[in-house]
Design a protein around this ligand. Structure first.
Ligand code: SF4
Ligand code: SF4
Length: 451
């Protein structure tokens, strides 16, 4: 009995230590609701045995034995639960997507221009809904700028900078081809991307369905056929500053989005130019928009993450709080494979993005088939309409997602357990709501550049 009680005291001490560490992390991360609740649990755990000692001292041994049994049962439930195995399913052939159908391309059309008239003649199903959204001010129009002139002007300046990069995504190829092995090229590209500021990268083989069929935006002729026969896509990500994303849907999010788009553009333009100097064709794809290629599917194929309920890529360390960059090329490379770390199963249990989406654009139900892929599909028009209402790219779904928690020891341990045990996923879905709130608090500060 004494040995059991001693073991109980030890595991109880570990439990108390766990909550003490959680309190410290919440303090550092300024997660005040989670701080209050974790502190309450910690104090309760400290006081409980003291109360037993003072008022029920004869049962103190039994108390620790019961604790030991409960914790063993709890551990068995977690560690004997199956590993989440859900994967994104490609169920049929995928057609090439016409960039002119992308929502941003539709809203770039000047009303009553020949392109506008021709487009809606071909696609009458979008006309009424799109024209309704057109009644709302665009993202950087004065009505939105005046709400927060400092931040909105900063975001606008960042996007203007991006516009200037669009014509330097391609260029002359060096005459002399530098021949190296695929392994050496992979190592070189990974190291250079890390050096230039990317947080992770991967390589995929480009299928024709990864490339848009016709130009919808950017400097190339609207409606012209996209001709990109590159074999490989080098995808990379840049993490966003979660402190900025915690202001969602207010202006700091669009400043942060644009900042990381600028970073991604800088890296991809340099990387593409570098590869061309080695004698191989390469083209950068940058936001704003100069994409020839579908960014999220390429990043998924390159093993950078899984597609979540909110329809964007979830990275194993940074969650959806990332921006993606891409260079397509003929440089010989070795490709990566898609990764699985439990997101499909987690998203089935968690509906936080759907429950917090102010536009009700994130589906609460099952996946549906879209262009050959079984996935959760957001209502893009509803989402974009909300962007135009608030004047930012909203990002509430990114902010509330449990996978967006900072990349540190504590949250990585949680992510690791969620990857390997389905019972841990159920526990963390509940714990995220309990500690951080079903509707997490947005940052109260007006904006980060104020005194
Ligand atoms: S960005 Fe905002 S409106 Fe769009 S899906 Fe996410 S939460 Fe909903
Ligand atoms: S909030 Fe939940 S359901 Fe939505 S993407 Fe993140 S984990 Fe999945």
């Amino acid at each position: 009995m004494n040995l059991l009680s001693f073991s109980g005291q030890l595991v109880y001490a570990v439990l108390v230590l766990f909550f003490f560490i959680f309190v410290l992390f919440n303090l550092v991360e300024k997660e005040y609701r989670a701080l209050r609740r974790s502190l309450a649990v910690f104090l309760f755990l400290v006081i409980l045995p003291v109360l037993f000692y003072l008022f029920l001292s004869s049962t103190l041994v039994l108390f620790f034995v019961v604790i030991l049994i409960l914790i063993i049962i709890f551990m068995l439930i977690i560690f004997l639960s199956p590993t989440p195995k859900g994967q994104l399913q490609i169920v049929s052939d995928q057609a090439r997507i016409d960039e002119r159908d992308i929502i941003f391309a539709r809203f770039d059309l000047k009303e009553n221009s020949p392109e506008y008239n021709a487009y809606y003649q071909n696609r009458p199903e979008y006309k009424a809904g799109d024209d309704q959204i057109r009644q709302l001010p665009d993202l950087f129009e004065p009505q939105h700028i005046q709400k927060d002139p400092v931040l909105m002007s900063l975001g606008d300046a960042e996007f203007e900078f991006l516009e200037h990069q669009m014509t330097i995504v391609n260029g002359e190829i060096g005459r002399e081809k530098i021949i190296r092995s695929e392994e050496d090229n992979n190592h070189m590209i990974r190291s250079i991307l890390r050096y230039l500021g990317s947080d992770d990268c991967g390589i995929c083989r480009l299928d024709s369905s990864d490339v848009y069929s016709h130009v919808g935006r950017g400097p190339e002729k609207y409606g012209s056929e996209v001709k990109n026969t590159h074999k490989y896509g080098i995808s990379f990500i840049i993490k966003m500053d979660f402190d900025m994303i915690r202001h969602a849907p207010r202006p700091p999010v669009i400043v942060e989005t644009a900042k990381q788009y600028v970073e991604a553009a800088k890296i991809s333009v340099i990387l593409a130019a570098f590869i061309r100097r080695l004698g191989y064709s390469a083209r950068a794809n940058i936001a704003g928009s100069n994409y020839q290629t579908l960014m999220v599917p390429c990043a998924w194929k390159a093993g950078l993450g899984e597609m979540g309920r909110m329809g964007i890529l979830i990275h194993p360390r940074f969650g959806p709080s990332i921006r993606i960059g891409l260079v397509t090329t003929d440089l010989p490379l070795i490709t990566n494979k898609p990764i699985v770390f439990g997101v499909q199963d987690f998203c089935k249990k968690c509906q936080k993005c759907a429950n917090n989406c102010p536009a009700e654009a994130v589906p609460k139900g099952d996946k549906i088939k879209e262009n050959g892929v079984l996935k959760w599909v957001i209502k893009r028009e509803k989402c974009y309409k909300y962007w135009r209402k608030v004047g930012t790219d909203c990002s509430t779904c990114i902010f509330v997602c449990p996978y967006s928690k900072p990349d540190n020891l504590f949250h990585n341990m949680v992510r690791n357990l969620a990857t390997n045990f389905s019972a841990a996923q159920s526990l963390f879905v509940w714990a995220d709501d309990f500690f951080y709130g079903k509707k997490p608090d947005i940052r109260k500060k007006p904006h980060p550049f104020q005194k």
